[in-house]
Design a protein around this ligand. Structure first.
Ligand code: F6R
Length: 612
């Protein structure tokens, strides 16, 4: 949420800043801007996308080798030129970019106003940059670093910031609390970004800042301390990513590329975790903690959005196979509702980014209350991955499309592996059953390839429904969360109102919506819910709803009964969610494209929600 990049070195800063912003645009795209230090502070910014900024800057000066830039997802103040970052302090000593929220900005603003400060924008960020300047101007003894430290000590809230000072022109200062920042180490140069994506191709060596770290960076030196001026410990990590991962290649959109990557990302997720003979599951990240997991009295899965849907799939799988009571909670609710937790509880956070603020804070709360906390994250080195007792990475690769697709199937793959391993370790399933489901899981990538090969048919069906204004998605069992996820995908990228429902619940209310205009997507493969869901289909049909069924290949009965069918290969119930979601992702994608929507950057959304 909001993208930050920064550079200090010997090269011209502008090309890196612009390219970095383009790579981070999925974090926010309301406005963009940059500031360059070259004896004075050059600031260029405007409402809109990075491409708009590029046009805006065309005839402007951009010389300099130290700079910061930002792409915004608005919190305080509407998206416009004035509220765009970077913000300059009133006397132009400092320029600052910020990700996060300064919660006490209103009172700080009043104090600054009493000291003669005037403000151009409605943002909390402009308050912070002026507060830094205010301290800076108190005495000659106070340099930029001290001023930043003093200002941040007054701040309540979350921040990832990058600051440059007119007088200390060769230096960049960055700090974090709650909002991620990573420093890339080059040869005689340093890079800064809110995630590692902009650094790919520049350096593989990075330092992930911890909360309350402040780094002062020049081209040849990096000093890392805590906010209260103590030396901070750090570790240099390697980022193993290729440029290909952050380019669309032959695909029109990142979302489409990521949908098509799923056979590979699921393979990457289970590679090394399923033995060659398909008889055992190894989850290295949980090895030490597993004895504790076997004894867990309760497992609580937390997450937001799509990750919450993956958690719901997990609830079905863990309860069905491992026979441990599971609760699934929205992290944003869990953190505020004083939950009862004990040392016998295991709380598992599911998060693609590993930075979602609600999930992170909920997890910290669970830890304080004595629960064992685990993470299922995609982004290596992310805050959730670092703060949990143990965890499993999903290995889906960088997900750039704002609507999550491959991260979801990777999460479901991990949770399936986890449920099976726990079930077998607890003696809840037989060896034969264990081997059977593992085998089924290994066949999923090939089956997804078959579904993807039929994408043109899905596109044709999407064309029939693109002008609908509402849609209902129904499913049962572990396919109910798939219905929720299908509906979310449609909402997010095509702005069509869509609701997911447990199919059995339809008669308790939503059935009132059914008429001959309503598309009803029913996830109805041949499993033990089949007869029940066929009855639900009949209920919709009797009311003239348009039914699109996700059905098992060769199901001629459903084909006769419904308007359109997305066929999926036959599979074991335990792995069916991984297949059933694929046509729904494509269906949403094609509808959004046909409606002229910006698929990769849907309105109002941003990837990685690091504010409450
Ligand atoms: C939906 C989507 C969001 C995220 C949610 C949690 O397509 O991307 O609903 O799933 O914001 O994000 P993570 O998984 O990063 O915690």
């Amino acid at each position: 949420m909001c993208g930050i990049v920064g550079y200090v070195g010997e090269n011209k800063v502008y090309p890196f800043l612009i390219q970095g912003l383009k790579r981070l645009e999925y974090r926010g795209y309301d406005s963009a801007g940059l500031a360059i230090s070259n004896g004075s502070l050059l600031v260029h910014k405007c409402k809109g996308r990075v491409a708009d900024l590029e046009r805006h800057v065309l005839s402007k000066e951009t010389e300099g080798t130290v700079g910061i830039a930002h792409t915004r997802w608005a919190t305080h103040g509407e998206p416009n030129d004035r509220n765009a970052h970077p913000h300059l302090s009133m006397n132009r000593h400092f320029a600052l970019v910020h990700n996060g929220i300064i919660e006490n900005y209103a009172e700080l603003k009043i104090d600054l106003a009493k000291n003669g400060y005037l403000f151009q924008s409605e943002t909390d960020t402009e308050v912070l940059v002026n507060l830094i300047e205010f301290f800076y101007q108190q005495s000659d003894e106070i340099n930029a670093e001290i001023a930043v430290r003093l200002a941040l000590s007054k701040v309540v809230g979350a921040f990832g910031i990058a600051v440059i000072c007119r007088e200390e022109k060769d230096q960049l200062i960055v700090a974090r609390r709650g909002s991620p920042l990573v420093i890339g180490i080059g040869q005689g140069e340093y890079f800064v970004a809110s995630d590692a994506t902009p650094l790919i191709g520049y350096t593989d060596n990075v330092i992930y800042l911890n909360d309350n770290d402040v780094a002062v960076i020049t081209k040849n030196n990096l000093t890392l301390k805590t906010l209260d001026d103590k030396p901070a410990s750090f570790k240099i990590s390697r980022v193993d990513r290729s440029i290909g991962e952050i380019e669309k290649g032959e695909f029109a959109h990142f979302m489409l590329k990521e949908i098509f990557e799923q056979p590979k990302t699921i393979e990457d997720t289970f590679r090394g975790r399923i033995s060659h003979d398909h008889t055992a599951i190894v989850l290295g990240g949980l090895l030490d903690i597993f004895p504790k997991l076997i004894k867990a009295k309760r497992i609580i899965l937390i997450g937001c959005g799509t990750s919450w849907h993956a958690a719901l799939v997990g609830e079905y799988l863990i309860e069905t196979y491992a026979r441990v009571p599971v609760e699934v909670e929205y992290a944003s609710e869990f953190r505020y509702r004083n939950p009862i937790l004990s040392a016998d509880d295991v709380v598992i956070a599911i998060s693609q980014s590993g930075e979602t603020s609600d999930t992170l804070v909920a997890l910290r709360m669970a830890k304080e209350r004595g629960a064992t906390i685990l993470g299922i994250c995609n982004v290596v080195g992310s805050s959730i991955a670092r703060e949990t007792d143990a965890g499993v990475y999903t290995h889906a690769g960088i997900e750039i499309g704002v609507a999550s697709t491959k991260a979801f199937t990777a999460q479901v793959t991990v949770i399936t592996l986890f449920a099976l391993k726990l079930a077998f370790a607890k003696g809840e399933i037989t060896e034969a059953h264990y081997h059977e489901i593992i085998q089924e899981l290994t066949e999923i990538p090939e089956k997804i390839r078959t579904i993807l090969a039929g994408h043109l048919r899905i596109e044709e069906i999407a064309a029939k429904y693109k002008d609908a204004s509402n849609a209902l998605y129904l499913g049962r069992g572990a396919l109910f969360p798939v219905a929720l996820e299908g509906a979310l995908k449609l909402k997010e990228i095509s702005y069509l109102h869509a609701e997911g429902y447990a199919a059995g619940e339809m008669k308790h209310g939503p059935i009132a919506l059914v008429d001959d205009n309503l598309p009803v997507v029913v996830v109805a493969p041949k499993d033990h819910y089949y007869e029940k869901i066929v009855s639900n289909i009949q209920e919709v049909k009797a009311r003239k709803g348009n039914i699109i069924a996700v059905a098992t290949e060769g199901d001629t009965v459903l084909k006769e009964m419904v308007n359109d069918v997305f066929e999926i290969p036959e599979s074991h119930t335990a792995v069916a969610p991984l297949l059933a979601i694929i046509p729904l992702q494509l269906f949403s994608y094609y509808i959004a494209v046909m409606r002229g929507c910006d698929v990769d950057q849907p309105r109002n959304l941003a990837k990685s929600v690091t504010v409450e």
